[in-house]
Design a protein around this ligand. Structure first.
Ligand SMILES: [Zn+2]
Ligand SMILES: [Zn+2]
Length: 138
C-alpha cells in the first residue's frame, strides 16, 4: 500500500463521488448523539484527511447542515447526499479552519483495510455496542 494511493468513494446512489489520497490521519469512532442521529445508526466511523488530499469535485448533489448544537463547542458542517440521504463528509465551519475533513470510512472503497485509532464519547455508547477493535497509535 503506497502512501500516495488514491481511493475512490461515493454515497449509496453515486450522485456524489470523490477521491482521497493516501491513508487517513486518524480513524475515529464517535458515539455522540449528533453523529448517531445523522447516520441513523449506533455510531459513526470517520476517517480524517487533510483537505488537500480530498477531491470532492465529483460531488453533484450534496446538502449541508450547520450543526452548532454539539459537544465540540463549534459548528460542524455536516454534508449529506440530497438524493439518497447518505451521510457524506463533514468539516468545521469557516470560523475554525482546521484543514481537516472527516468522511464516513465505509463510503471509501477498500476502507476495510483500516482499523479505528480512537473512540470518542464512549460514555454515550449504545448499550448493545460492546468492545470495538481500536488500534491506538503509541
Ligand atoms: Zn446519493
Ligand atoms: Zn459525533
Amino acid at each position: 500500500m503506497s502512501a500516495t494511493q488514491t481511493r475512490t468513494g461515493s454515497c449509496l446512489c453515486e450522485a456524489n463521488k470523490f477521491t482521497v489520497k493516501g491513508d487517513p490521519m486518524l480513524f475515529v469512532v464517535c458515539h455522540c448523539m449528533n453523529c448517531k442521529k445523522q447516520t441513523g445508526t449506533a455510531f459513526m466511523s470517520n476517517v480524517m484527511f487533510k483537505e488537500e488530499n480530498v477531491d470532492i469535485t465529483g460531488c453533484q448533489d450534496v446538502g449541508q447542515y450547520a450543526d452548532s448544537n454539539n459537544k465540540s463547542g463549534s459548528t460542524i458542517l455536516r454534508h449529506f447526499c440530497n438524493k439518497c440521504g447518505s451521510t457524506m463528509f463533514g468539516k468545521p465551519d469557516e470560523t475554525r479552519k482546521t484543514g481537516v475533513v472527516y468522511i464516513p470510512s465505509v463510503l471509501i472503497d477498500g476502507s476495510d483495510a483500516w482499523t479505528p485509532t480512537k473512540e470518542v464519547f464512549a460514555e454515550k455508547k449504545c448499550s448493545f455496542v460492546k468492545e470495538l477493535v481500536i488500534n491506538s497509535p503509541q
